[in-house]
Design a protein around this ligand. Structure first.
Ligand code: HEC
Length: 281
């Protein structure tokens, strides 16, 4: 009996090792110190804004983000949320992207000029309300992020048979999250085989996505370096925000709950002391 058990256990562990090998083929992503890694850390909104720019100018030609509408960019906690503040020198009201350290009134997305400009710069093709024929129109803030291809067949036809997945929740869907995306995008080593490119971070090692990032291709207005690695870091941060836009609020709530529980524990302890005062246990 015991021997049978030992044989079964040996067979099982061999199978587990086999599976581990098959899955462990890809290189482990670099652990980059993102601001959102810590239990209290929020997003670096400048980084999320730059990441959106990289997505919009590079990735959006192949990947959609169907879960996101342009208006989400300007909601509370979004990278282009706008607040009305008073200029200390002139006393005039002005708009401030991102929540100021103190004061500031949130401006509703419908009045957010940045989000409107982002949406209107996109050409959306849908049915004309009068003729029913496909027609181009500028985007609206209520539109979902534009899909680059009308359907999966068209997407595959343009990409050598491979499918550029929707990136809405990619950081949640892949082990390693933002670190994986960052490592993958900056991890090409130049080897190619037909339409495939070698990338040690991609399971299997060969990916049909050509290296999308080129140094200097996306101009940054804030003086941040325009290297492939920086683009990869920023776009991964944007995708992290897109997959989890309410993280900051959740962490804040978590802290409040934690503080409440600590106070409650203290009170309970004092009550316990009070009740049992003078009693010998
Ligand atoms: C020229 C089209 C093209 C562009 C531009 C492009 N991709 Fe891709 N991407 C693809 C294709 C095709 C695949 C599927 C590859 C495969 O399955 O081998 C893919 C796959 C991916 C994957 C999935 C990897 C996985 O684990 O399944 C991620 C993540 C990704 N792309 C992110 C990006 C980001 C971020 C950008 C912008 C910086 C970008 N892509 C730009 C075509 C593109």
């Amino acid at each position: 009996m015991l021997r049978k058990f030992a044989i079964a256990a040996a067979a099982l562990s061999a199978a587990v090792v086999g599976v581990a090998f098959a899955a462990g083929e890809a290189e482990h992503p670099h652990d980059y110190p993102y601001s959102f890694d810590s239990p209290v850390g929020g997003y670096d909104m400048g980084q999320v804004q730059r990441g959106f720019q990289v997505y919009q100018q590079v990735c959006a030609s192949c990947h959609g983000m169907d879960h996101l509408a342009y208006r989400h960019l300007g909601e509370r906690g979004g990278p282009f949320a706008v607040y009305r503040v008073t200029n200390h020198e002139t006393g005039e009201p002005e708009l401030h992207v991102g929540q100021p350290a103190h004061g500031g009134t949130f401006v509703e997305v419908t009045d957010n000029p940045y989000v409107r400009a982002i949406a209107e710069a996109v050409i959306i093709t849908d049915a004309d309300p009068n003729s029913g024929q496909p027609a181009d129109r500028p985007g609206r803030i209520s539109d979902r992020f534009r899909s680059p291809f009308p359907n999966e067949i068209a997407a595959r036809a343009s990409n050598g048979g491979a499918y550029p997945v929707d990136l809405s929740v990619i950081t949640l869907a892949r082990h390693g999250g933002a670190d994986y995306i960052r490592s993958l995008l900056a991890g090409y080593d130049g080897q190619t085989e037909g339409v495939l490119h070698h990338n040690p971070y991609f399971p299997g090692g060969w990916i049909a996505m050509p290296p999308p990032l080129v140094e200097g291709a996306v101009p940054y207005a804030d003086g941040t370096a325009t290297t492939v690695e920086q683009y990869a870091t920023d776009v991964a941060a944007f995708l992290q925000w897109a997959g989890d836009p309410h993280m900051e609020q959740r962490k804040k709530t978590g802290l409040v709950v934690l503080a409440f529980l600590i106070v409650l524990a203290g009170l309970l302890y004092l009550a316990y002391k009070q009740v049992w005062r003078g009693e010998s246990h």
